[in-house]
Write a protein that binds this ligand. Structure first.
Ligand code: SAH
Ligand code: SF4
Ligand code: F3S
Length: 447
């Protein structure tokens, strides 16, 4: 390794969801295959890759701000390659806007062709010209890229790509293409290898995991796939996300019950508690159906917890509609909830709807909802005090000077210990709760 100092360095900036974070691990895999090494420092990098998100306007603003801030660096170091890809470049018209605003970008690729990054970078190096290649339509699933995982002891596995649901507010189906399911043999081989490599938590990823194989291409339902993954030998946890209430069925809950390895947590985004709004959102379930599913889940698995996503300020949402969301939140008693202000996305059906809600009303509703959600989460945290829970230690929080990990419900627990605990299952006696975080003492450490 005599020429180590000569090695070129990469730095990846990621926005957006878990899926995008995992895609960045694949991008890291591609770059390492090209002999790049990672640097945590932007200023040291020879190539900077932005993996963008366009789900809400502020996600885009962040990326625009951070790309813009590189202008100076690029001037000082003309050999620096700046590459921009992900969901935002895939969005209609955005590549042009980026090109105009930031002429110093060297490479642009889309969410549907990031696998081609090596070729695009090589082309840039060879021709010294800007390389822009965005694929219009999704292609065959690429199985040849090995992600460079940066999240031990957790690992993510894609089971589906794209989305067919066209919720009226959502841009994902436009930038990620139609739903495709990975073949079970690839998923199972990946999971087996991860367990062999010592990973302790595997999360199966899809925009709507319940529709895995719905096109008949896999010969297996999601419940069957989950059963197979959880049947792999070893001491590890299984999670999955996202479940869609229109397709969430009991067969999945039965498989959860069969395997203690599967975390008793379902992320089931409800979006709204009002049937009028749900219909306008094209979610294809009602408040009643949602509540029935929660009841079914709790009948089979009384200990199960549910987390959710909620949007407020959707076009036409009345105060009455909003209050129905509050009411549903109280009724379900979610373990936690991600709350969003509706963001208008060009090209979606909701963007052309009348009755867009004024910003001050949106703000007022999100503040009230956040307060409600926080108070429920705080109450839940209090119930932990005095109990012993099993957490998987994920890392060390430098600021707090403590190890941290999660219980099966995703609750964060902090503790002190003088040996390395990362990747170990810890029985933690909870002494104190602070908001959503728990603090405890180690009772037992298991591998
Ligand atoms: N496929 C998942 C979620 C993907 S996006 C599902 O169907 O639940 C994650 C969350 O972002 C969504 O659940 C929704 O709450 C939120 N979201 C999507 N589009 C949005 C928009 N235009 N404005 C505000 N929030 C949005
Ligand atoms: Fe978007 Fe709906 Fe698809 Fe989720 S299911 S990604 S919210 S269109
Ligand atoms: Fe994810 Fe954002 Fe794309 S939420 S799928 S990275 S638009």
């Amino acid at each position: 390794m005599g020429n180590y100092a000569m090695q070129e360095k990469y730095h990846i900036v990621t926005y957006g969801c878990q899926m995008n974070l995992h895609e960045s691990e694949k991008i890291a895999g591609i770059l390492r295959g090209m002999q790049y090494v990672e640097t945590p420092t932007l200023g040291d990098a020879d190539i900077i890759v932005f993996n963008t998100c366009c789900i809400r306007e502020n996600a885009e603003n962040h990326a625009f701000g951070n790309i813009g801030a590189l202008k100076k660096l690029k001037k000082q170091k003309p050999s620096l390659i700046i590459a921009v890809g992900g969901c935002m470049t895939q969005e209609a018209g955005k590549t042009e806007a980026l090109k105009k605003k930031f002429p110093f970008i060297d490479v642009m690729f889309g969410a549907l062709n990031f696998e081609e990054l090596q070729r695009l970078i090589e082309e840039k190096k060879r021709t010294k010209k800007k390389v822009i290649e965005i694929r219009e339509k999704e292609g065959e699933i690429v199985e040849t890229i090995t992600p460079y995982r940066a999240s031990y002891p957790n690992a993510w596995i894609n089971i589906t790509y794209g989305c067919n649901n066209f919720c009226s507010y959502c841009i994902v189906p436009y930038v990620r293409g139609r739903e495709r399911s990975r073949k079970p043999e690839y998923i199972l081989a990946e999971a087996e290898q991860l367990v062999k490599d010592g990973y302790k938590e595997i999360t199966l990823l899809g925009q709507n995991v319940n529709s895995y194989g719905a096109d008949g291409s896999t010969g297996m339902t999601f419940a069957e796939l989950l059963d197979r993954v959880a049947s792999i030998e070893g001491n590890f946890r299984v999670r999955f996300m996202t479940s869609h209430p229109k397709d969430f069925t009991k067969d999945v809950v039965d498989v959860m019950k069969k395997h203690s390895k599967i975390c008793r947590l379902v992320h089931l985004p409800v979006q709204s508690g009002s049937n009028t709004v749900l219909a306008e959102m094209n979610r294809r379930y009602t408040r009643e159906k949602y509540l029935q599913e929660i009841q079914m889940l709790r009948e089979v698995l009384p200990e199960a917890e549910v987390t959710t996503d909620i949007i407020v300020g959707f076009p036409g949402e009345t105060e009455e509609d909003y209050l129905q969301t509050e009411d549903l939140v109280k009724q379900v008693n979610f373990a936690s909830a991600f709350t969003f202000v509706y963001s208008k996305r060009a090209g979606t059906r909701a963007s052309t709807m009348e009755n867009q809600i004024p910003e001050d009303v949106q703000k007022d509703r999100i503040m009230r909802l956040v307060e409600l959600v926080n108070s429920l989460t705080r109450q839940k945290s209090e119930t932990y005090v005095g109990k012993t829970v099993e957490i998987l230690c994920e890392g060390f929080d430098e600021k707090k000077g403590m190890y941290l990990g999660r219980d099966e419900f995703g609750r964060m627990g902090y503790f002190n210990h003088d040996t390395d605990c990362i990747g170990k299952f810890i029985d933690l006696k909870i002494i104190r709760a602070n908001g959503i975080s728990l603090y405890g003492e180690v009772v037992d450490i298991k591998d």
